[in-house]
Ligand binder design. Structure first.
Ligand SMILES: [Zn+2]
Length: 376
């Protein structure tokens, strides 16, 4: 059996480290990395993986920093969230982050048939079958182990493209929730990887038949794409007034309570922002559809009346389903990328060496660039 020098980041779940990291974040707005931090580096020399028959050891080439990783590290949730009731991780002492990962197979169990040493793989992060998984480490570690069923073989595309497959799959899942009619007015809230990925997927599915608008917090004014810019409205503005201007419609108002007369047909909220839902309901029209993508794990107060008056349909998505028609969705998306069917050139990534992990964790990059870590 091979031995590996393991290097990576782990997130401790004990109370003291988390309390210190939580307070540090609240004061400095930075993720604490120090002697008592919850997130810390670790090293194990001459480590031997316990490789079961259908297990595979992967050497990490590149791994992304995802919005959900950020939620965990910045304590962006309520401690009373039911997320904590629906997790199997309660008994774990530590977790290993990093799921948007591209790597190479370096070792495998005797009954692994579909993967060979040297194959390039990504992770099927939605496969949480705890009967098969013997998970060791994650994408923010230089080596990790998974069951072969949790890995998807990827050919012909670059690592920087491969780590976008998972967010593109999440965007795809939201895009197929409803059959969207031509000339629909679409609003995407949030210009992070998921918001921009959704734009790519909708353009691929509906060509130029939709009118897509963006509301975003990002500091950059516009995102440059091949055929011009994607303009946006800043979220700190009053989004009801912004909507009225964009859609050339009126606002009905009384006692500071505003609502637009016309509104968007489809609103995708990728931000998971706490205070938006109240206003999102006020820029709709009859039978609008709202698709909530970014998970929100905080309690909030809002006036829900438009849900009934406008007969809104509100649905949520969480990740992706692996099977889309007869395809494996992750493979299908890698094929779309390989064949240049979807434009993802403006979904930029920024690479950090693991030696520079503090920057990888804390550098503010406006979320227009996905941060990635490499171990090479
Ligand atoms: Zn992700």
């Amino acid at each position: 059996m091979h031995k590996y020098n393991i290097l990576g980041l782990k997130f401790k779940l004990n109370l003291i480290n988390n309390l210190i990291s939580f307070i540090y974040y609240k004061i400095t707005n930075k993720i604490y990395l120090g002697p008592f931090s919850a997130l810390s580096t670790f090293k194990i020399n001459n480590y031997q993986f316990k490789v079961k028959n259908d297990d595979v050891v992967v050497k990490t080439s590149l791994c992304g920093f995802c919005g959900t990783d950020k939620k965990i590290l910045t304590y962006d949730y309520s401690f009373f969230s039911s997320a904590f009731l629906q997790t199997n991780k309660k008994k774990d002492k530590e977790i290993f982050l990093g799921h948007e990962v591209f790597g190479k197979v370096v070792d495998k169990g005797s009954s692994v048939k579909n993967l060979r040493i040297g194959d390039s793989v990504i992770l099927d992060s939605m496969n949480r079958d705890y009967n098969i998984s013997n998970n060791i480490f994650g994408g923010w570690t230089n080596y990790f182990l998974r069951n072969e069923k949790q890995l998807i073989k990827i050919d012909n595309i670059k690592p920087e493209q491969a780590i976008l497959i998972e967010p593109l799959a999440c965007a795809f899942e939201a895009a197929i929730k409803f059959k969207i009619h031509r000339n629909s007015k679409i609003l995407i809230i949030g210009m992070g990887t998921i918001g921009l990925a959704l734009n790519s997927i909708l353009k691929f599915m509906y060509k130029d038949k939709l009118k897509i608008h963006f509301f975003s917090n990002s500091k950059k004014d516009n995102v440059k794409i091949k055929k011009g810019n994607i303009p946006k409205v800043h979220l700190s503005d009053n989004i009801i007034i912004s909507t009225a201007k964009l859609l050339k419609t009126e606002i009905v108002e009384s006692f500071g309570n505003q609502i637009t007369v016309d509104g968007f047909d489809y609103i995708f909220d990728t931000s998971g922002s706490n205070n938006l839902i109240h206003n999102i309901l006020r820029i709709t029209k009859k039978k609008s559809k709202i698709i909530l993508m970014g998970m929100n794990m905080k309690k909030f107060k809002f006036d829900p009346t438009p849900m009934w008056l406008n007969e809104l349909e509100i649905v949520s998505t969480h990740g992706y389903n692996l099977n889309f028609k007869k395809y494996n969705l992750l493979k299908y998306i890698s094929w779309l990328i390989f064949k240049n069917k979807i434009d993802i050139d403006y979904l930029n990534t920024e690479k950090f060496s693991f030696n520079n992990y503090e920057k990888f964790i804390n550098e503010k990059n406006d979320m227009i660039k996905k941060k990635t870590v490499t171990f090479n």
